[in-house]
Design a protein around this ligand. Structure first.
Ligand SMILES: NC(=O)c1ccc[n+]([C@@H]2O[C@H](COP(=O)([O-])OP(=O)(O)OC[C@H]3O[C@@H](n4cnc5c(N)ncnc54)[C@H](OP(=O)(O)O)[C@@H]3O)[C@@H](O)[C@H]2O)c1
Length: 370
């Protein structure tokens, strides 16, 4: 089995320093890999000392000494949470760019407002406000939004692109199935409103990635310390599949969950490249989608690629199962802007699923190169 490839160390370091929020998250881990490989000095925000140390350790074999540092911000929804770190760095080497990925991403929240909406919305506006007040040299803030801010189920458009906006309401946001998608819409709207109302020196770009698969976050611990609870939300279905959860344990029958509501995916490494390219591309929204997928198609790929390794006691029997994706009846997506202006060449589903499974198996065996 191929080991997860380490990014190459950059030959020369750039001067433009980047602040990356949510550094231990799934998407951020890949953004950080791309930043390091491209020679950017980076300060990442993490929620605890332990997470910061873990992150540095995971980068030790390819980041240049001192290229990555961390700052602790336990909760981005605290007003002025970013002031201290921004002020400290402003004095010697100020930030040129900020990439804001931190935001709660789970399937449900006990307290929709405090656990999700506040950190997503206020976390974004407080960060923008601090940069506006304290960092005259920041040129661009790239915000990880989501396709959730674009799609409008159940009343879908025929074709979605960057001009599309979700119509989810604040009232719906209180219902668990709508909280996360509402948090992304309201957070992104708040960012564009901030720009309009305050006319700051910096500009913003948003990456509106859809359901994202790909190798696990580098900063997860491996070996005995690896805990499945740390697998990020969007990779969780692949984790479940390779741990026998799409197969009834007693009868052995396949029980593949419905793919709805989202049948589009993108690889996390393409999302990371989009964030980097958006540092210098026009300041606007970028919808990023690699293609359509279904749970059946994922199961089929895993069976073809890992059937022998995982065995028939784990994987569902696909004979007689139906694919719930109906291409002819499905809405379409137009990602020509991200291809043209960010230069993204999207990976296909097979590559994305294969590399995700490889990384999961290696993390479990404790052989991941982190
Ligand atoms: N994965 C996807 O399919 C997908 C698709 C579209 C958009 N996105 C967006 O991509 C971004 C990253 O998501 P992800 O998939 O990488 O999820 P993730 O692995 O859960 O990362 C989320 C990050 O945000 C941090 N965070 C959450 N709440 C926070 C708070 N109140 N204060 C400080 N930090 C906080 C988390 O820290 P801890 O882990 O320490 O709590 C973590 O580092 C999010 O904005 C998400 O909405 C993800």
């Amino acid at each position: 089995m191929t080991a997860i490839k380490l990014p190459q160390q950059a030959q020369t370091l750039k001067k433009e320093k980047v602040l990356l929020t949510g550094g231990t998250g799934f998407v951020a881990s890949h953004v950080l890999d791309s930043l390091v490989t491209n020679g950017y000095p980076v300060v990442v925000t993490v929620r605890s000392e332990e997470k910061g140390q873990r992150l540095l350790k995971s980068l030790s074999s390819f980041a240049a000494p001192e290229q990555v540092r961390y700052a602790i911000i336990p909760d981005i929804s605290t007003k002025n949470a970013f002031d201290d770190i921004l002020t400290r760095h402003q004095r010697d080497e100020p930030f040129t760019y900020v990439i804001h990925t931190a935001s709660p991403y789970q399937l449900s929240f006990a307290d929709p407002i405090n656990d999700c909406l506040n950190p997503a919305i206020n976390g974004t506006t407080y960060l923008l406000d601090s940069i506006h007040r304290l960092c005259p040299f920041v040129k661009r803030v790239v915000i990880t939004s989501s396709s959730a801010a674009i799609l409008n189920p159940p009343n879908h458009r025929e074709v979605y692109n960057e001009s599309s906006w979700s119509e989810v309401t604040w009232e719906q946001a209180m219902q668990p199935e709508h909280t996360y998608r509402a948090s992304k819409k309201f957070a992104e709207q708040a960012a564009w409103s901030f720009l309009r109302d305050n006319n700051p020196r910096f500009t913003i770009a948003t990456i509106n990635n859809t359901y994202t698969f790909g190798p696990l976050s580098r900063s997860l611990t491996n070996s005995a310390q690896f805990s499945s609870a740390e697998v990020n939300t969007s990779n969780r279905r692949i984790w479940d599949l390779i741990h026998g959860k799409w197969r009834d344990a007693s009868s052995g029958e396949a029980c593949i969950p419905s793919t709805a509501p989202v049948f589009t995916f993108v690889d996390v490494r393409d999302v990371a490249d989009a964030h980097l390219a958006a540092l210098t591309a026009p300041g606007q929204r970028y919808y990023t989608v690699g293609g359509f997928f279904s749970n059946y198609q994922i199961a089929r790929i895993v069976e073809e690629e890992f059937g022998e390794v995982l065995g028939s006691e784990v994987l569902p029997e696909l004979k007689g199962q139906e694919d719930d994706f109906e291409e002819g009846k499905h809405w379409k997506f137009d990602v020509s802007r991200s291809k043209k202006e960010l230069g993204i060449r999207y990976r296909g589903l097979r590559e994305s699923v294969r590399d995700t499974v490889v990384s999961m198996l290696e993390f479990e065996k404790g052989t991941a190169l982190n």
